[in-house]
Design a protein around this ligand. Structure first.
Ligand code: IMP
Ligand code: MG
Length: 184
């Protein structure tokens, strides 16, 4: 125990819950039904952008009924504290050729838009049958590039948020709700 470093103010940094577990559950149920309607029995490939979207992916894939495969990519947007530096790097790519797939990118949050703008450009060059983007959260007021998701479950103001997969310096991903982070 003594070797573990202590994390100061862990709980007090969780300022307030902005989206509850119940609200997330409801929204995902609805999104799953919408996806079923769009693809109408056609198989899809859900591509989750790690790490932030892993929790959303786990719940969303269980809310769809069309046949679905799962893939993961790791795109890292480099942060200095809670501010994005604009540097996006793909650190893990899909194993499969996507040309025979209807691809649905599953993202945690669109902030400046730079990460998904890069990822979508890259995946489109691989000629999938179709490509759509579903994001749990959208912060449109922060956009620096012209990018919109096809489906955004919640639109939020310019808060730095944590929980339900989203982190601050790798912590808080396991919170079952979305909370505002207290950066003071
Ligand atoms: P973008 O490239 O600026 O759109 O940033 C997208 C990525 O930055 C997301 O996939 C998140 O990993 C991270 N990010 C953006 N805003 C937040 C936030 O409020 N909390 C936690 N992570 C965030
Ligand atoms: Mg992310």
């Amino acid at each position: 125990m003594s070797e573990l470093k202590e994390i100061k103010d862990y709980s007090s940094k969780i300022k307030r819950v902005i989206i509850t577990e119940e609200e997330i559950k409801e929204a995902i149920k609805k999104a799953g039904k919408e996806i079923d309607k769009i693809y109408d029995g056609r198989p899809i490939l859900l591509v989750s952008i790690l790490k932030g979207a892993f929790v959303f992916m786990a719940d969303l894939c269980r809310a769809v009924s069309v046949p679905c495969e799962i893939g993961f990519m790791c795109a890292k947007s480099y942060y200095s504290g809670t501010v994005s530096t604009g540097v996006v790097k793909i650190t893990m790519d899909l194993e499969k050729d996507i040309k025979d797939y209807h691809v649905v990118i599953v993202e945690d949050i669109i902030d400046t838009g730079r990460t998904l703008n890069d990822v979508v450009k890259m995946l489109k060059q691989r000629n999938p049958l179709s490509l759509r983007v579903v994001t749990l959260l959208d912060k449109p007021s922060r956009r620096l590039v012209d990018f919109e998701a096809d489906m955004a479950l919640f639109t939020i103001p310019d808060f730095f948020v944590i929980g339900y997969g989203l982190d601050c310096a790798e912590l808080y991903r396991n919170l079952p709700y979305i909370a505002e982070y207290d950066s003071e």
